[in-house]
Design a protein around this ligand. Sequence first.
Ligand code: KG4
Ligand code: ZN
Length: 360
Amino acid sequence: GIETSCDETAAAVVRDGFDVLSSIVASQEDIHRQYGGVVPELASRAHIERITPIIKRALAEAGADLAAIELIGVSNTPGLVGALLVGVSAAKALAVALDKPVVGVNHVLAHAYGAIMWARGQEAKISALGAQDCRRQLQPPTVRNEAAVRFPAVALVVSGGHTSLYRVADETTFDLLGGTMDDAAGEAFDKVAAILGLEYPGGPSIEKAAEKGSPTAIKFPRTYLGRDSLDFSFSGVKTAVLYLCKGRNAQKKGRNITTHSVGDIAASFQEAVVDVLVRKTIQAARRTGARTVLIGGGVAANKRLRARLAEECAEERMPLILPPPAMCTDNAVMVAGLATALARVGRVSDRYLDAVPTWR
Ligand code: KG4
Ligand code: ZN
């Protein structure tokens, strides 16, 4: 699996579609931090420098050589076009050199697939070990439910670029139920962090700052877009934070005028976003008769979101798959997994596979 859609250069070696032999993720956070966001051209250049050593390292850590590779999966959409091109070119070069198939995968769907794949991996380990306490031993404490995925499922993908709900009919069939009309959830975290003067990337900074604040200190707006909508909008809550901090004639620069602490603002903002994500996910699950809830994307690493989803799903008696944070943020394991699943149903790409920045 190869992943270069945004600011992580990643490669992974996976066996049988779920058995992770290696996973290397090189973050570019240090490069982009000084600009407060991802600079596309710098991202492409960093991918070019890193892609070959990262692939070599993934192979070395897996104890595999190139001859053992049967299939190459790569994120080819959506993302930054120059960034995607690096991964797609590397994947196609390998495919030609090894005479093996290449499978282009959708990065957002790969996030949803990550949960299915992780659950499969857990199931396989559990059945191999057999004993009851292995289950407890294998699952991190945040995972409250069973590992098995039953279809249809509902998947919430919350990342820097996307906030989407899917009905998942089987491993490779994802139907979009709703998406964001403006800012993605992660984007809102990043922008609010910038307003509060917290470090990029904003999600982890807000989560940390929120530990020192109260989620009920400030009542930020929750946008539901009507009772039946499964779409999202986070620009309202972001603007509410901006006005609170900088006044209505908000100047991006300059000191914050609010008397609220950064902790209270962070915790109250996080709670507003989590409320909407959780409520719509449960709504989607009820409406589609889902038998499992899946979650993926960088924001799915957020502890408050994980805890609240676990609570609400337990109340609904709805099994929830919460993959570990490293499986939620960008990685190449999920790409290898979805590529394998697609290849099994004959959906391999040809050598004209291209990078497609926008996907509908
Ligand atoms: O999935 P991802 O790694 O890359 C994209 O596909 O976009 O998601 C990155 C996003 C960023 O906006 C980042 O701030 C957010 O996920 N994020 C978090 C957390 N960790 C990463 N948001 C909230 N809480 C976190 N712990
Ligand atoms: Zn992502």
